[in-house]
Write a protein that binds this ligand. Sequence first.
Ligand code: GLC
Length: 495
Amino acid sequence: MKIEEWEKHYAEAYANIRGSLKDIRGVFVAYNSNIDAIKHVSEEEVKKLVGIVGSGPIHEQVINYPREIKDPVDFMARLVISMRDGKAAEVPTYTTDLNDWLMDNLVFDHARMGGQAGIMSNLLANLGLNNIISYVPWLSREQADYFVDSPNLKYPVVEDGKLVLKRPKEAYDPDQKPKVNWIIEYSKGTRVCCAGECFEVPRDNRLIISSRPDWLRIDMDSEIYEKLPQIREGIDGAILAGYQMIREEYSNGTTYRHYVEKAVNVIKSLKACNPDMPIHVEFTSIQNRVIRKAILTDIVKKHVTSLGLDTVEVANALNVLGYEELAYSVISKDEKSVISLYEGAVRLLRELELQVVNIHSLGHFISLVSEDSPVSVEDYREALLFASLLAATQASTGSIDSINDVELGLRVPVYEKGYENLNSLATYLVRQGICTMEDFEDGCVNASGHSLVIIPTKVVKDPVGTVGIGDAISAGTFVAMLTRIMNRGINKCPE
Ligand code: GLC
């Protein structure tokens, strides 16, 4: 398909989805929201930090690859790795020491809503959806201030045994401390020298230092949990994120199994009257392999309908599921990596028993859709196009304040290179007899047992920031897909 035709599909997708967002009664979103302290680092600043911490120790830790940040050396090692590869990563820290060090040495530029659930809740409320019910187990006064203050964004509380939906500003716990993450953003082309080696950053991206204080629990207040049957009456789907914060073991001896079980109970309750209720889980960078695997095989598998991830996260997921070679090949730089990405997505779809796997890469989005998906591949293509518009808008402006803003995304051109990059996948699929070149170019391929939807995305050359773009893509795909389901009248609980 020619680029102009893609542009036409983009315009249609925008008009269609925009016109039907109001058909969705509501979306439940949980669990993680936090405050992001964002710092864009310059070449000079990185140089200064390398000088303070010392090249030698950093170099040593780069080799050791710390999966937890205990001190400034660990921090610098992960920053150098992330900048060298241009790859996003999120690494936990369990004390406040690093925060103090960063405050002394790097002062942040600005703070904003962070956390996948928080970002997605605000975005969906700003797009004008009827009802966003957002739940975070640690709603502090400071955190409440970062939620969009509008009547369609509500937080559930129980008062005198009754469920009340309030604005976050009226619902926070005054004794709760805020959770603040540091986001270190960097630009393509920045030069970094450490221990005699210099490199240029290949891509705009960021490192996230996720604070994980001792009180942090991915859990639901039992009173709210009891009221889920009432909450689900007002929603047509749920987006769940933040499971990466579950710890293997807690100081009181509880283990991750307890929280995994509770997470599954929440999903079961949400689906109790409608087993087909669309439930999306947003994956992320998860350092702990035990937790990564438990999320996939115990929470996602069998219980949820869709999973959203980026390329590196696909590799990480494959890795813990026992496909090490494939995982390695997904992130390799050779041209076959996109074929491995496809093969990896097929494995995830089958093994985790999903209806759809949504993968976002720079330049193209891919969805692998199973046979039992309630909507067609054309519907999915439309959903991905809508999501790409949100991503382009967010990358251009840093935030989306209303659905009208998305027209800005429409003006961003389709990224030609993104589609060209898919050539090796096209050749492979045609050679395997899975599809014809025409099918592939249309973005919809029906293979045996599943379908493949691919779109070239709109890419902003100099993004204002990168944090939250993946969240915009996943939330956008999910609600766009929900509008299609609503359209077909197939998502109702029995009256
Ligand atoms: C993760 C991080 C959070 C960030 C978000 C962006 O949830 O913990 O700090 O805002 O990702 O997607």
